[in-house]
Design a protein around this ligand. Structure first.
Ligand code: CP
Length: 324
């Protein structure tokens, strides 16, 4: 299966081929993803211990650099770093010199002069994390925490972890992604990850205006009919309407979207018995899914958040050299 391409070369590996940044799942080998998922599994029970800390990254300094809003990704990266005993600097972009016109690279160079070890970057521009990784080389590592519509690799990894941990082997499951795929960096990364781990059928359901036509060339099965799309599906992955990334209104109304494509108890009965619901958050209740489903037993949405913490610990451990 082909995947989205961005630029040439592999800016997330060093000359020896070692992963020195995490920018995208594109180009990762299945064994590399599985190793990250296995490491995350080893960290999962740390949260239920009285002392939720291990000394793996003691003495390291990690910067959270979020140019876009975040609840889950920023908080779990901060907690992941702290549970590994690293020091964390949360840059408050709104009150920083970014507001005086300082560029991303100048901001990073100044933070690098404070001898930090790595950056977690979220940015509205696709390619921002690649730019930063190329700029830094091996001086410090970069994790892409979401760049525009391009990629959100740690979200996809925690989704893969959740499916593997709570549903079953990915190479035996049918996954349906519903909604605004066009604007979704989550969907792009998830499709790449599912494909690398051998998911036998990746389906997409959504309005024509929100499903990129090139998906069919990547081996993804595109549906407009909900009944056909839902039949035999094990994992339903609902996406948020990314209104902040829409130049024109792609739908008559959100009510119309919910009526045709939203997850409802009636609609989910068309899926495989025991089908589960995932959502990256934040949710729009009553749009992509009903509150009844969001809070019901089939929803693994808060499990995804718990797994995200363990998964991000695994990523930090890997990049900082403590594991793998
Ligand atoms: N899924 C996700 O990226 O959520 P946040 O925007 O809250 O980080």
């Amino acid at each position: 299966m082909k995947t989205w391409r961005m630029g040439s070369g592999d800016p997330q590996r060093n000359a020896q081929g070692r992963l020195c940044h995490l920018l995208t799942l594109e180009g990762l080998r299945d064994v590399e993803i599985i190793e990250l998922l296995d490491t995350a599994a080893s960290f999962l029970d740390l949260g239920s211990r009285t002392v939720k800390k291990i000394p793996l990254l003691r003495g390291r300094t990690i910067v959270n650099l979020f140019y876009e809003n975040s609840t889950r990704t920023r908080s779990t990266f901060e907690l992941a770093a702290k549970r590994l005993s690293a020091d964390v600097l949360n840059m408050a972009i709104a009150s920083s010199s970014v507001n005086k016109g300082e560029t991303l690279l100048d901001t990073v160079d100044n933070l690098l002069a404070m001898q930090v070890d790595g950056f977690i970057l979220r940015h509205s521009e696709a390619g921002a994390a690649h730019l930063l990784a190329r700029h830094l080389g091996e001086q410090a590592w970069v994790v892409n925490a979401g760049d525009g519509q391009h990629a959100h690799p740690t979200q996809a990894l925690l989704d893969l972890f959740t499916i593997r941990h709570l549903v079953g082997p990915i190479h035996e499951r049918v996954v349906l992604i519903l909604g605004d795929v066009l604007h979704s960096r989550v969907a792009r990364s998830l499709i790449q990850g599912l494909s690398i781990l051998g998911c036998p059928q990746i389906r997409v359901l959504g309005p024509r205006t929100l499903v990129p036509p090139e998906l069919v060339h990547l081996g993804v099965h595109v549906f407009q009919d909900d009944r056909a799309a839902l039949e035999g599906v094990d994992v339903l992955y609902a996406l948020r309407m990314q209104k902040e990334r829409m130049d024109v209104q792609p739908l008559p109304s959100l009510e119309e979207y919910h009526r045709r494509f939203g997850l409802t108890p009636e609609r989910i009965r068309l899926a495989a018995p025991g089908a589960v619901i995932l959502h990256p958050g934040p949710m729009n209740r009553g749009v992509e899914l009903t509150s009844e489903l969001a809070d019901g037993p089939q929803a693994l949405i808060l499990d995804q958040v718990t797994h995200g913490l363990a998964l991000r610990m695994a990523v930090l451990a890997r990049l900082a050299g403590g594991s793998g």
